[in-house]
Design a protein around this ligand. Sequence first.
Ligand code: SF4
Ligand code: SF4
Length: 156
Amino acid sequence: MVFNCGQCGSCCMYLGDYIVIERQTGVFSFDCECVSTGTAFTAEVDNDKQQIFSDFSFPTAHPSACRFLRPDGDLLRCTIHRDSPAQCKFYRCVVMRISDTSGTCLGQVTGTLALYTDDKNLRKVWEEMEHLRPKSDNDAEPWIATYLKEKGYRIA
Ligand code: SF4
Ligand code: SF4
């Protein structure tokens, strides 16, 4: 399913310990490490985000947030979008929203195909489905959507 990031920034708010600046190498360039994968990377602040990056009031007020996150109007934006690590680029917070036939949202599924729901029936259907789904996440994603539709759920 097509994923459009709303640039709300909530997934970056607690990644300050995971996307770490090792040293500053220029006015807008940095040697960094993605701690969870142990991957070193270099990052330069995107040209069009240098102005918002230069305001440090947000990272000062939010010490747990990624050092590269900045407010921009109503958005919270990654200021190293071009150079951000692969796990950031490919992160998808929601790939499916699951509703009942009346349109009431019952849960959602992340890009790693984890279900978030408080609905016991949906949880049960999901657990039954997990034994049947294709192993590959790429194949599983459309398969799960079809499976849930056949069970009477609406998928968006
Ligand atoms: S991936 Fe999701 S949580 Fe993260 S900024 Fe985009 S919309 Fe927000
Ligand atoms: S590098 Fe960008 S996308 Fe990754 S956690 Fe930091 S602000 Fe978010």
